[in-house]
Write a protein that binds this ligand. Structure first.
Ligand code: NAI
Length: 309
């Protein structure tokens, strides 16, 4: 049985309480999905303004979910939202927020030192049984885990944006992650109604390991003047059945984020350098502050609420 009554310290953790660090785009999404699926959740960020932003993200997303689940029934919609929100607590006190946690999910800034500092502190204050994991897209889980003494209870849970809509979670195990911890993480994903896939601690795991080199190669096609971004996007949507073309996807992810990931992997040196060779077109757009959707301009222009023009 997955959850035996064995008193062994290594028994799988039956996760009930989750604490999420970071109330940005990803953190808020993870909090929402956990709360919708009966977990008790505490959302932590540095200050009340950041927490408010996270709560706003959750509220507007929940309204959409409620409308879809209970069309034409305003009362049921309200009940669903209230019930979900009743399972969400917020806090700026990291120590207090981790006291009852069975699982801590970190979704703060993509910076190794910052993540290590957070986990080193949490390792001292969180209960012994608490599982730790990071939602990092591009940093090695093992490097982050090194900041703690619980590398056997440390793994990766890599969610996708937008979290409430995207079904996949990549569950990452390092060489030190115990089978019990790993099983508990898989179980949490299933209870969040997500589909988990397992992957070792490698650059980009599965999805980004394939997507990022593909996006870089798309940039090279355009840089060499062989096709326009528009034509590449149409080609991949209608010819390969992708829901978004690589340039639409790059604008969605953020060109600065893409550049950051590629630069990091190049320095790390674990994957073929040709796959992540710099592309001037990308570096120029980022230098000009054209990050894609979030800055209003990338390969496409975005203005107001209308989205892509
Ligand atoms: P974001 O910038 O929207 O949110 C980060 C939040 O963390 C901010 O609210 C910030 O105030 C907070 N924060 C920073 N340091 C903190 C600390 N020490 N304690 C508590 N809160 C702190 O970032 P986003 O996009 O949500 O990304 C978060 C993580 O998720 C990153 O590691 C990123 O690589 C990863 N990720 C991002 C995806 C995306 O599409 N944006 C997809 C999958 C993973």
């Amino acid at each position: 049985a997955l959850f035996s009554t064995s008193s062994s310290a290594m028994a799988p953790t039956n996760v009930k309480n989750i604490t999420v660090f970071g109330s940005g785009l990803m953190g808020a999404g993870i909090v929402q999905v956990a709360a919708q699926n009966a977990f008790n959740v505490t959302m932590v960020d540095l200050n009340p303004a950041a927490l408010q932003k996270g709560q706003d993200i959750i509220t507007s997303s929940l309204k959409r979910v409620a409308k879809k689940q209970f069309p034409e029934d305003a009362e049921k919609q309200k009940e669903f939202i209230d019930q979900t929100m009743s399972r969400v607590k917020t806090s700026t006190d990291s120590e207090a927020a981790s006291k009852d946690a069975d699982l801590i999910i970190e979704a703060i800034v993509e910076n190794l030192k910052t993540k290590q500092q957070l986990f080193a502190m949490l390792d001292k204050v969180a209960p012994e049984h608490t599982l730790f994991c990071s939602n990092t897209s591009s940093l090695p889980i093992g490097e982050i885990a090194k900041a703690t003494k619980r590398t056997d209870r440390f793994g990766g849970l890599h969610f996708f944006n937008p979290v409430p809509q995207m079904k996949l979670v990549e569950v990452i195990r390092t060489d030190a992650t115990s089978q019990d911890s790993f099983d508990s993480l898989l179980d949490v994903c299933t209870r969040m109604k997500k589909t988990p896939v397992s992957c070792k601690d490698t650059p980009g795991f599965i999805v980004n390991r394939l997507l990022v080199p593909y996006m870089m190669e798309s940039l090279r096609i355009v840089e060499r003047g062989e096709a326009t971004p528009q034509d590449v996007d149409v080609a991949m949507k209608l010819g390969a059945g992708f829901p978004m073309g690589p340039f639409e996807l790059a604008d969605f992810v953020g060109l600065d984020t893409m550049q950051y990931i590629v630069d990091g992997w190049r320095k790390e040196g674990k994957i073929d350098a040709n796959l992540v060779a710099p592309v001037k077109l990308l570096d120029d757009l980022v230098a000009q502050g054209n990050f894609g959707r979030k800055s209003g301009q990338g390969f496409y222009s975005y203005s107001g609420v209308g989205g892509k023009k």
